[in-house]
Design a protein around this ligand. Structure first.
Ligand code: GLN
Length: 447
């Protein structure tokens, strides 16, 4: 704990942590030392973990990096964090992110931007930018983030670490501040596969507080990392041929596929004509869900209330106008529009149907192939401000990560070398629902 606390101080300029639980982390470390001496410590004894600022921890502030949650304290602990604590992990602090998980660069945060430790002029990715940089810069051993459309995998790629988005419904969302409930997942950042597997097997599994969580038992992923048999792998032509793809990322991805072929695995190119519809589908459905989820922040129940109101109506309006950031407001408006009576069928219903087509296609493919491989992102970490005035350019950053989110299947991003500027490249692997053990074993083989 002392080692990480020192690193957090020397790397304070990265702005990854918004709060450090110094006293409680040191106290917990001492408690664990005693437990270890008597042989009674949990399986994560001593693992130092940071948590994204959207996960509740009793009697601690949680803001979702938004002014609207200023001063809000959690009334209970999220299931994922509770399970870590029960296995004697040490929660070291709260990590910066994009407001309500909306963004791909961590520039939309009331706590300010997070710097990429590989190059301080570049973004760490988002929305879980603080969680990624905390692991990249050795400020904690592992961290929890959330991935709705790529927010664990994309920052993992930009910072050269491992990040998993589990199957939708594998991990309880109880105590996670919602963005888009039918997409939200809690994911894990780490420097290696084994730590990642250990954390996921601890937090996953049935929970009486979240009726959408699967009742399937959780394999002990960390004991199943051996990979021995030849497998079938698909790559999608439209991803590799995409004009937006940085040439070095294309080369590195193709060279992994070539190496796998030489090692006796079956590699096949598959057409994915729906690729161009994945991003619009994702942004219509997530904004719709967000507009509904965020209606609860009205100045009455949570956090910030405007001091400028003169009646009830202006209290609601001013609280929301002053409390939400620009990107969040854009999405609430977009979501409200696609759900409005005259446009519901044209946008929301249509997008639901396209979601089903994408999900069916992806699951069918993953019944025929063990894995789909693609780049995690079209480019390596970009400069601050590069996309901040162009929301569509920012949304395009998610073009490869949203397929797994729309389909609900698990996906992992692992480091795959660097580009000519020395910036990390990520490789994304997808498997069918609940096949996290296969993902980890394969990722372990590749790293
Ligand atoms: N960048 C995507 C978005 O802004 C993904 C965010 C996420 O996964 N939370 O919606």
């Amino acid at each position: 704990v002392q080692y990480y606390l020192n690193n957090i101080k020397t790397k304070a300029h990265l702005n990854a942590f918004v709060e450090v639980y110094e006293q409680s982390a040191l106290a917990k470390a001492e408690e664990i030392d005693e437990k270890l001496a008597s042989g009674k410590a949990g399986k994560l004894a001593g693992m130092v973990v940071g948590i994204k600022d959207v996960l509740c921890l009793t009697a601690h502030t949680v803001n979702a990096s938004s002014k609207i949650l200023e001063g809000f304290e959690s009334q209970f602990t999220s299931t994922a964090v509770q399970r870590l604590i029960e296995e004697d992990a040490i929660i070291i602090g709260r990590l910066n992110c994009d407001e309500f998980g909306m963004g791909s660069s961590n520039e939309n945060s009331v706590h300010g931007k997070v710097l990429n430790d590989a190059d301080n002029t570049r973004v760490p990715g988002g929305s879980s930018g603080g969680s990624a940089v905390a692991v990249q810069a050795n400020l904690c051993t592992t961290s929890l983030g959330t991935d709705t459309g790529g927010s664990v995998r994309q920052p993992a790629a930009f910072t050269g670490i491992v990040g998993i988005k589990p199957t939708y419904s594998r991990v309880s969302r109880h105590g996670l501040i919602a963005y888009a409930s039918s997409f939200d997942t809690i994911g894990v950042f780490s420097r290696n596969i084994k730590d990642n597997a250990l954390v996921l097997e601890t937090i996953a599994g049935p929970d009486d507080y979240d009726s959408t969580v699967s009742r399937k038992s959780v394999p002990q992923y960390s004991t199943l990392l051996h990979f021995g048999k030849p497998v079938k792998i698909a790559y999608l032509k439209e991803t590799i041929d995409s004009k937006a793809l940085q040439p070095e990322i294309k080369e590195q991805t193709l060279s992994v596929l070539e190496k796998l072929k030489q090692e006796g695995h079956k590699i096949e190119e598959v057409n994915f004509p729906l690729l161009e519809y994945v991003l619009p589908t994702y942004y219509i459905l997530t904004t719709a869900e967000a507009s509904s989820n965020l209606s609860r922040f009205d100045g009455v129940k949570f956090g910030y209330r405007t001091p400028n109101a003169h009646n009830l109506e202006s209290m609601y309006k001013l609280t929301r106008s002053e409390g939400f950031g620009e990107e969040v407001k854009r999405r609430i408006m977009l979501g409200t529009f696609v759900l409005s009576a005259s446009y519901y069928d044209a946008y929301f219903t249509k997008a639901q149907k396209v979601r089903r087509l994408i999900k069916d296609f992806t699951e069918d493919l993953l019944n025929k192939y063990d894995y789909i491989i693609m780049p995690t992102t079209p480019s390596t970490a970009f400069k601050f401000g590069e996309h901040s005035n162009d929301p569509v350019a920012m949304y395009l950053e998610d073009m490869f990560t949203v397929q797994a989110s729309v389909s609900g299947v698990p996906a992992i991003s692992i480091p795959n070398g660097v580009d000519e500027k020395g910036l990390p490249i990520g490789l994304q692997i997808m498997a069918n629902s609940y096949k996290e053990a296969d993902l980890y074993a394969f990722a372990n083989y590749l790293t």
